[in-house]
Design a protein around this ligand. Structure first.
Ligand code: GLA
Length: 715
């Protein structure tokens, strides 16, 4: 792990920041960890509110998000407003020392608006209208929606600008959760403007979209449409640009709300809740983060996912990287089951704590839930909450209270930054969008699954990896802090990125390129002359054909360090190699028997490796172990607990905080710990005796050691 102790990189929030303030046992104006939930008091009679704040205090709740779905109550008709109830809510919260993340209430337009202006309703690619009845039924590019929504934002901002409970603005809610892809006429008009800004001239667009193919040449801008339902595969670059445009259109809307808020309350930070989780891929959050003052994320544990813990850890890490390794805000997760999966799995005892602390380990300074009090009506009545249907005399509420106490005891972590790992795994929305388009050699490859496979392989070796937005490679500091950089399925590689990665490897790094990478340029045109064109010269390889495998089909992999029975699946490449390339594994069977499957090569002061198939989990872990060893990276964890315990770290100016996360149900012991002691009150019942840490199933322990001890040589 790399240690950066320069004071400039140590976060100091201004006094008005939501992550600064008093708390149960904190003096005023000290950094704190925030704890809370979405609070929807409008669903309850006012008599319940007093009970809410009493129980919030008992749980140590110090911030709640209010007003997210309140538009229809705040503005019951086009020209009537009712803020009185919200005034009372904010006053009550403030009187009880609870800060407010106040929503702009624009997430779901009221029925009067869509009745009056049905032209704000989104349209899907089949031309069907998305009607009211659910939520978020608005077009991101609708000028009419924008007029009404921004008027509401201004009204709320002016009314609550000086309210003492106001700590943070919450723009809309989960922008793009249900409406990222809109194919309406408004979207078509906005798409054309976006394309004009990108390409300038129609000739440039025609070239980029390859419209000589299938007679698609455009002679006027008005002929261009979103990729609506077509008879066969729509133009791939049109689809890719529409994905880019759709993300930008929502970002533009975020900026429009934010600008109003900043103008009225320049000192109140602005956030909006991202959805870095699972297969949510519509919004390029790496490009959104600089538009908000605090990065927030919503993450739900995907109980039915085969690698659910790894997915949580991956998403938390990516959120932290998007936030520039500064503290971020976990705006929503759940105390237990959700309501929107086919089968909504309950959380195991200890899991609320483990999941929350895993987010904290990756830089979250706020741990919040959806929602405070479980609804009795509506589509989310079976979604868990901090205060469940059964009431305060419940396992869930006792767990919530206990965890609140633990967060108070961990207050010194507030404002600390995550420690950079030595392994970086590149992550790129363009490649995600482009690689999963139709009419490819196989439709079986999934971008996030591939990226997660590499992250899981690092964890299996007891190694921490960062999920690094690909733009980092082009930034000033670049990838210099990473000894090993992995590019899983980096399908789309613009020239500048290819050059930056080439430079990274030749100047002493180790670049590992995964299957189905380096194939296309920024316009999704194939690099000719042999695959993978963007990395061919660096890797010293040349492939002529793809050899996709049928679902369930595998091909044997034979090579040093790989166990008997190692396999690849989904895709192979028929690779020939230059004489200085070392072949680490070959295919045993499949479309290209005996052909190199894994290669490596010294390039300049560094190294470049290629994994030309999708190895099974054990084989991938063995390859990562080898690549890490070649890069001089060793796990700080004893061999026995690698793959069972994740070790992640944050640091302040003076201390390092080590999170030992046992992500299995079995108790484990981690020996060899020196110079560090437990922090907090650890109601998860870990113990540290004579350098041996005992962690129960799902146990997480936070250890502190001084950076002085560290520089004196303790491990
Ligand atoms: C999202 C929304 C919330 C709620 C939760 C349920 O995160 O922001 O309003 O619907 O999902 O999990």
């Amino acid at each position: 792990m790399t240690h950066d102790t320069s004071p400039a990189r140590w976060v100091r929030w201004p006094a008005a920041h939501p992550l600064v303030g008093g708390g149960r046992s904190l003096p005023a104006n000290t950094p704190r960890l925030a704890y809370g939930a979405d609070y929807n008091p409008e669903q309850w009679p006012e008599t319940v509110w007093a009970d809410d704040v009493r129980l919030m205090r008992e749980a140590g709740v110090n911030i709640v998000s209010v007003g997210i779905f309140s538009w229809a109550l705040l503005q019951p008709t086009i020209d009537t407003w009712d803020f009185a109830w919200l005034d009372r809510v904010l006053d009550l919260l403030h009187a009880n020392g609870i800060a407010v993340d106040l929503a702009t209430a624009t997430a779901s337009p009221p029925p009067w608006l869509t009745e009056l202006h049905p032209e704000v309703l989104p349209v899907n690619r089949l031309g069907e209208t998305i009607w009211p009845g659910g939520r978020q039924q608005w077009r991101p590019t609708s000028p009419v929606f924008r007029r009404y929504a921004l008027a509401l934002v201004e009204k709320i901002a002016l009314r609550y600008a000086d309210h003492p409970a106001l700590a943070l603005w919450h723009v809309n809610n989960e922008l793009g959760c249900h409406n990222v892809y809109d194919y309406s006429d408004d979207a078509a008009a906005a798409f054309r403007l976006w394309l004009q800004a990108r390409y300038g001239a129609l000739t440039a667009l025609n070239r980029a979209w390859g419209t000589a193919f299938w007679s698609q040449n455009y002679s006027t801008w008005t002929q261009i449409l979103p990729p609506r339902l077509a008879g066969t595969h729509p133009n791939p670059t049109q689809q890719l640009d529409f994905a880019r445009f759709s993300s930008d259109a929502l970002k533009d809307y975020l900026v429009a709300e934010r600008d109003i808020l900043r103008q009225i309350t320049p000192s109140v930070p602005v956030t909006t809740n991202f959805m870095v989780m699972g297969e949510v891929k519509g919004m390029d959050y790496a490009g959104w983060a600089s538009e908000v003052d605090i990065v927030s994320n919503d993450h739900y544990f995907l109980g039915s996912y085969p690698l659910a813990f790894e997915e949580l850890s991956f998403s938390a890490n990516l959120t932290g990287q998007i936030a520039g390794r500064n503290p971020w805000f976990l705006m929503e997760h759940s105390t237990g089951a959700v309501n929107w999966q086919p089968v909504n799995v309950v959380k195991a005892p200890g899991q609320l704590r483990r999941d929350s602390l895993t987010h904290l380990a990756h830089g979250a300074d706020a741990i919040c839930f959806f929602q405070w009090r479980q609804s009795l009506a509506g589509a989310e009545k079976f979604h868990s909450a901090m205060l469940p249907h059964v009431g305060e005399d419940s396992k869930v509420f006792r767990g919530v209270v206990d965890f609140g106490a633990e967060l108070v005891a961990l207050a010194e972590l507030a404002g600390t930054r995550t420690v950079q790992a030595r392994i970086g795994i590149l992550f790129d929305w363009d490649s995600w969008w482009a690689s999963e388009l139709d009419s490819h050699p196989t439709d079986q490859l999934r971008y996030k699954v591939e990226a997660m496979a590499w992250y899981t392989a690092a964890l299996a070796n007891g190694l921490q990896a960062d999920i690094v937005p690909v733009g980092t490679a082009l930034a000033d500091a670049g990838l210099a802090g990473y000894d090993l950089v992995i590019a899983p399925m980096l399908y789309l590689v613009p020239n500048a990125l290819a050059a930056a990665l080439d430079d990274y490897a030749r100047s002493g790094g180790h670049l590992v390129v995964g299957a189905f990478s380096g194939l296309a340029d920024i316009d999704d045109h194939v690099y000719s002359g042999g695959y993978p064109g963007a990395f061919r010269d660096l890797l010293g390889v040349r492939a002529e054909e793809f050899g996709p495998l049928l679902p369930g089909q595998t091909v044997g992999l034979e090579g040093t360090g790989l166990a008997q029975g190692a396999t690849g699946s989904l895709l192979t490449h028929d690779v020939t190699v230059l004489p200085d390339v070392e072949v680490l594994a070959r295919y045993d069977g499949g479309p290209f028997p005996g052909v190199p499957a894994v290669t490596g090569r010294i390039v300049g002061a560094g190294r470049a490796s290629f994994v030309a198939t999708v190895p099974d989990a054990v084989a991938l872990a063995a390859l990562v172990e080898r690549f890490a060893a070649q890069s001089g990276i060793d796990s700080p964890l004893p061999a026995a607990v690698r793959g069972t315990v994740q070790l992640a770290a944050r640091q302040s100016y003076t201390h390092e905080y080590l999170f030992y996360i046992n992500h299995t149900m079995e108790a484990v012991r981690v020996g060899g710990i020196r110079g560090a002691g437990l922090v907090g009150i650890d109601l998860g019942q870990s113990s540290l005796t004579d350098g041996e840490l005992a962690l129960p199933g799902l146990g997480v322990a936070v250890l502190r050691r001084s950076l002085e001890t560290l520089s004196a040589g303790a491990v």
